[in-house]
Ligand binder design. Structure first.
Ligand SMILES: [Fe+2]
Ligand SMILES: [Fe+2]
Length: 201
């Protein structure tokens, strides 16, 4: 498994509710899920890789910029939890795609978003926070708001501007979590583009 995710899992056992959260995590598709249906890391294991990338960037930003957190484990905890809303929601299916060279339809393994209705209705950051606390984790307020607002202004249909401003004023580290998430996503997109370019030669 990704070494940053492994470290985060070790650390989470030391916080209140960590064991019950991990008992749940082990029963899920966390290790095999993609991070999206079409965009970044839309392959088996994409979610755990993205999670590791976000932790790595947050840890590195913390060291380089000397960021202070409410507890030292927070970059690992936030990184591990920020996208748990993507667990158990992507279903595999075979998509018909036309091969441009042969003009034949071929079936390509793909994912579709198919959220269990029982778990839905919370959106993105709020759903991750909801899952973490429902599974028993006791988080700091800074961790809670960093997870809730990790999409920043990309999520304003669920989170109004005033709420985001207030949360960011209370815990400015939210901005570093947004940055780490975007940096990881851009790196993953670039890696995908490079892979596609290499395959086309
Ligand atoms: Fe996210
Ligand atoms: Fe993310």
């Amino acid at each position: 498994m990704n070494k940053y995710v492994e470290e985060a899992i070790d650390l989470i056992t030391t916080i209140e509710g960590g064991r019950s959260f991990l008992n749940w995590l082990e029963q899920t598709d966390f290790l095999s899920a993609p991070a999206s249906t079409l965009f970044h890391n839309s392959f088996d294991g994409g979610l755990v890789e993205h999670t590791g990338n976000v932790i790595k960037i947050l840890v590195s930003l913390t060291e380089k910029l000397n960021i202070k957190w409410s507890r030292k484990e927070s970059p690992y905890i936030i990184g591990l939890l920020h996208d748990v809303c993507k667990i158990n929601v992507y279903r595999r299916f075979l998509r018909n795609v036309k091969n441009e060279d042969t003009n034949q339809w071929v079936k390509v393994p793909s994912y579709k978003f198919d959220e269990d209705i029982e778990a839905g209705g919370y959106g993105h950051g709020l759903k991750s926070l909801h899952i973490a606390t429902k599974k028993g984790l006791v988080l700091t307020e800074e961790e809670e708001l960093c997870i809730l607002h990790h999409m920043g202004a990309y999520n304003l249909n669920q989170m109004d501007q005033q709420t985001l401003n207030t949360a960011s004023r209370r815990f400015p580290n939210i901005l570093y979590v947004q940055l780490a998430d975007q940096m990881a996503t851009i790196e993953e997109d670039l890696a995908e583009m490079r892979k596609n370019q290499n395959n086309s030669y």
